[in-house]
Design a protein around this ligand. Structure first.
Ligand code: KG4
Ligand code: ZN
Length: 346
């Protein structure tokens, strides 16, 4: 089965071709980082307009790269939510139009399901059940994953997402958007510990750990610390970035290990943009060695948003339950800006 995947939930247009036997054949991405940089965050209307500009050229690009004709497609997958409604509608509209023209199904995929199943595209792949840590700009969740569509929420952030904590703090430090890579880069020259940032919701050793996160206090603490740093004190800025990264990594690692312990599972999947963070990977690798755990990531270029994870998740769904071809009449389609992952069915 050959599936075209379209991702347009936020600030990346991703298109990919995934084959159920041959794997990922081609993928292409256009990042809108430069478009939103001056605003310090994503401007939804600009995002939607840019998706419109990019989605068809990217589709032509992946079809050409894989040497496939449109009429060999068996399904068109698109991100149906959660995300920016206008941005989602671009992918949904194109997918439904194309699917109708080709007489194939259009498959709406949950963005986070795409992320958390994406390590299954590679070898070695995790086997069900596993614990998934989803860490992106909009989400920070720990799930028990028992199968496709079998997701049990173990814990989630009560306020900001981990990526959001990176992004907002980066803004306070005068770094660009997105903040995660910028903070990580600055942190390489700094030392954690000189500044003291809070690690909220880490349990006392004698208590059962809560698996929820809280990151909103960090930006206030960063704002207060940054206020006292002289504009030309590069070392202090780097030290603050290192402490911020350490605080976020501490929370993510501690909670992930607690989730593995509480569920009795030994495999952890880490997905979403923050999964690209090297300090997080180093800490988890060390814990994995010490506790004989296995940690899985999507391949690096598939950590942030992409069309491959959408095509792949649709493939896993379609082999279990085939869908009828998209029809023009009486087939309204919607997108969901908000869509809790544990509402999905197997
Ligand atoms: O999954 P993603 O591409 O988009 C969402 O669905 O949100 O994640 C984007 C987030 C941003 O907050 C960005 O700052 C963060 O991932 N990010 C990182 C790194 N690369 C991206 N955070 C920390 N370290 C990184 N290397
Ligand atoms: Zn994402």
């Amino acid at each position: 089965m050959l599936i075209l995947g379209i991702e347009s939930s936020c600030d990346e247009t991703g298109v990919a071709l995934y084959h159920t036997e041959r794997g990922l054949l081609a993928h292409a991405l256009h990042s809108q980082v430069a478009l939103h940089q001056d605003y310090g965050g994503v401007v939804p209307e600009l995002a939607s307009r840019d998706h419109i500009r990019r989605v068809l050229p990217l589709t032509r690009e992946v079809m050409a790269e894989a040497g496939c004709a449109l009429d060999t497609l068996d399904a068109i997958a698109y991100t149906a939510g959660p995300g920016l409604a206008g941005a989602l509608l671009v992918g949904a509209g194109v997918a439904h139009g194309l699917a109708y023209a080709l007489g194939v199904p259009a498959v709406g995929v949950h963005h986070l399901e795409g992320h958390l199943l994406s390590p299954l595209m590679d070898h070695p792949a995790p086997g069900f059940p596993f614990v998934a840590l989803l860490v992106s700009g909009g989400h920070t969740q720990l799930m028990r994953v028992s199968g496709v569509g079998e997701y049990e929420m173990l814990g989630e952030t009560r306020d900001d997402a981990a990526g959001e904590a990176f992004d907002k703090s980066a803004q306070l430090l005068g770094l660009g958007y997105p903040g995660g890579p910028a903070i990580a880069q600055l942190a390489e020259r700094g030392h954690a510990g000189r500044f003291k940032l809070p690690r909220p919701m880490l349990a006392k050793p004698d208590r059962k750990a809560s698996l929820d996160f809280s990151f909103s206090g960090l930006k206030t603490a960063v704002r207060l610390a940054a206020r006292d740093i002289a504009a030309d004190d590069e070392q202090a800025r780097a030290d603050l970035a290192a402490e911020l990264q350490a605080a976020i990594v501490d929370s993510l690692c501690t909670k992930s290990l607690a989730a593995l312990e509480q569920t009795g599972l030994r495999q952890l999947v880490v997905a979403g943009g923050v999964a690209a963070n090297r300090a997080l990977r180093a800490r988890l690798a060390q814990a994995a060695r010490e506790k004989q755990l296995q940690v899985f990531y999507p391949r690096p270029e598939l950590c942030t948003d992409n069309g491959a994870m959408i095509a792949h998740a649709a493939a896993l769904r379609l082999v279990r339950e085939p869908l009828p071809p998209a029809s023009a009449a009486g087939a309204p389609f919607g997108v969901r800006a908000r869509w809790p992952l544990d509402e999905l069915k197997p």
